[in-house]
Structures are given as structure tokens and as C-alpha cells.
Write a protein that binds this ligand. Structure first.
Ligand SMILES: [Fe+2]
Ligand SMILES: [Fe+2]
Length: 189
């Protein structure tokens, strides 16, 4: 299986936008957290989270087909490629089927909302509770680029309690909060 370092190098080669990079690291962290909780292969799941938007900047019109073709050529595991394809089923025709597929969909848009929520709080992610994220979910004008219907779809796919899912994504992202710049000390002052 490819090393995380190789995946990070790919990300840095293909993605220039700092916001998109942080999004990919956020989703990686959330998906890894789910893998840990469920006793799944954290490194394998992490690759799907980390690379799911690899070609979004360079090939938005083919996203994520170009990325999957490239990764397949590099020998990335089919589970990872399937999850990447299934995060955009309307375009690829690949529906989320496996646990990894579903977790990726469920963490993708929600992590963006958690990130945006951290940035408008003086304490960032430090004491962030699901309740605050739920409020922001309802406020459609806040972080309007986050597709609320995708968040709902993810929760449905996982068949998990909303609050629990939001807490899981927060916990996952908290583990890398320093790198994401969303701790209280990062966002205040
Ligand atoms: Fe995407
Ligand atoms: Fe994404």
C-alpha cells in the first residue's frame, strides 16, 4: 500500500489552494477517526480521505475521474478508488456501498462546516460542541458553499445519530487542529 508521505506529496503537487488542502486534511482526519473507532485499516481509509479531491483544482470538469485514473496507475487499492468515485455518484455513477464509501460522503461536506464554524469562534475547535455546528447547519447563509443536503445524505447513509456524527467529525479534526489552524490560539488575535 502506498505510504501516506507519497499521498501527501501528490496532494502538494496537484493542489495549490491552501483552503482545498486543508479541506482534504480535514476529511482525512475525520475518516481516520472513524476507522479507529471501527477497528478498520486507518491508513487505507486515510488515503481515501486525503486524496478524494486530488483533481478538483486541475480537472474540475472530470473530478474525480482523472485522479482515480492516475491513482490506479500508481497501484492505489481499489477500496480507496471506489470510495473516491462514490463521493460523487451523480457524476461517476458509482454509488456509496462500502463503509468507507459512506464515511467519506458523511465527512466530506460536514468537515467543511466544522472548519468554517471554528474560524468564527474565539476558541476555535477547543470547546466546540455539536450544538454550535447544528446552529450553523440551519443558518443557510453561513458557509453557503457547504451543501446541506449532502450532510443529511451522509448521516442517512451511515444510519448514525446526527449529534454523534458531528461529535465524531469534531473529534477527528481536533487531532490535527494545530496543522489546520483552528485552535483557539490560532483563530484569536
Ligand atoms: Fe469532491
Ligand atoms: Fe471534498
Amino acid at each position: 500500500m502506498p505510504e501516506r508521505a507519497q499521498a501527501v506529496a501528490l496532494l502538494e503537487e496537484w493542489v495549490e489552494n491552501e483552503g482545498l488542502r486543508k479541506h482534504m486534511y480535514s476529511v482525512e482526519a475525520a475518516v481516520r477517526h472513524y476507522a479507529r473507532m471501527r477497528g478498520e485499516d486507518e491508513d487505507l481509509w486515510g488515503l481515501a480521505g486525503l486524496l478524494h479531491d486530488l483533481d478538483w483544482e486541475k480537472h474540475p470538469d472530470r473530478h474525480p475521474l482523472t485522479a482515480v485514473e492516475h491513482l490506479r496507475g500508481l497501484g492505489y487499492p481499489e477500496e480507496v478508488l471506489h470510495a473516491i468515485l462514490a463521493h460523487r455518484p451523480d457524476f461517476t455513477g458509482v454509488e456509496p456501498e462500502t463503509d468507507l464509501d459512506k464515511v467519506l460522503v458523511a465527512c466530506d461536506e460536514l468537515s467543511g462546516l466544522v472548519f468554517a464554524t471554528c474560524l468564527v469562534r474565539p476558541t476555535g475547535i477547543d470547546d466546540l460542541k455539536p450544538k454550535s455546528v447544528k446552529k450553523k447547519l440551519k443558518d443557510k447563509a453561513f458557509a453557503a458553499g457547504v451543501h446541506r443536503d449532502e450532510v443529511e445524505k451522509g448521516i442517512e447513509l451511515l444510519g448514525i445519530d446526527r449529534t454523534e456524527h458531528i461529535q465524531n467529525v469534531i473529534d477527528g479534526m481536533r487531532a490535527v487542529a494545530g496543522a489546520l489552524g483552528i485552535r483557539g490560539e490560532d483563530v484569536s488575535g
